[in-house]
Design a protein around this ligand. Structure first.
Ligand code: GRF
Length: 190
């Protein structure tokens, strides 16, 4: 059994889809959800779906080994970031080399980096006059949005596109592909 830890600190619509996608899978399970915001809606979703969750703060994450210890205790194989905005510290990167995956709501390497999240990403795409956007699923390193690209899917940017309408198109791609790409990635050597 491959065991996934989800890191999510927002609404959690992607986290929910991932949990549901693997719910009946005999070989892969979402074992735990980790979150840095005590009031994040993703915690309600996880509770309803019966996934245990842990909330941690900045000091715990960056100044202790509590999270790596927790991941080891839970025998976690892969970390999946689905709406998690903090850089992953070195103690966790060292424990999971090439085994941490993030989704970014645009076509990296454009429109990524620190502060580039949520609606700001879609505003950036529209201001740049890009004719297409999409999703990037990539491995995670010590910098924002710079790990190697695993998968991209595209959608057109219409002439009358708004950041909100583009967010809807991108969410559709996320829900369509993220869990499937995770499954392929974590089983690629099996
Ligand atoms: C998604 O758009 C994802 O690309 C980004 O954070 C957002 C999370 O949305 N990394 P949700 O919390 O899953 O609804």
């Amino acid at each position: 059994m491959l065991r996934l830890a989800l890191f999510a600190s927002g609404n959690g619509s992607n986290a929910q889809r991932i949990i549901e996608y693997f719910a009946e899978n005999p070989a892969i399970e979402v074992s735990i959800l980790l979150c840095n915001k005590p009031d994040a809606h993703v915690l309600t979703r996880a509770a309803l779906l019966k996934i245990p969750s842990i909330v941690f703060n900045r000091a715990t994450f960056y100044e202790t080994d509590d999270i790596p210890e927790l991941l080891k205790t839970n025998r976690i194989d892969y970390l999946i970031l689905a709406g998690f905005l903090w850089l992953i510290p070195h103690n966790i990167l060292a424990l999971y080399p090439g085994k941490i995956i993030n989704i970014h709501p645009a076509l990296l390497p454009k429109h990524g980096g620190k502060g580039m999240y949520g609606i700001k990403v879609h505003q950036s795409v529209i201001s740049a006059g890009d004719s297409e956007s999409g999703i990037t699923i990539h491995s995670v390193d010590a910098n924002y949005d710079e790990g190697s690209i695993i998968f991209q899917a595209k959608c057109p940017v219409s002439p009358n596109e708004t950041p909100e309408s583009l967010a809807g198109k991108v969410h559709t791609l996320e829900y369509r592909y993220f869990a499937e790409v995770i499954e392929k990635f974590v089983t690629r050597d099996t």
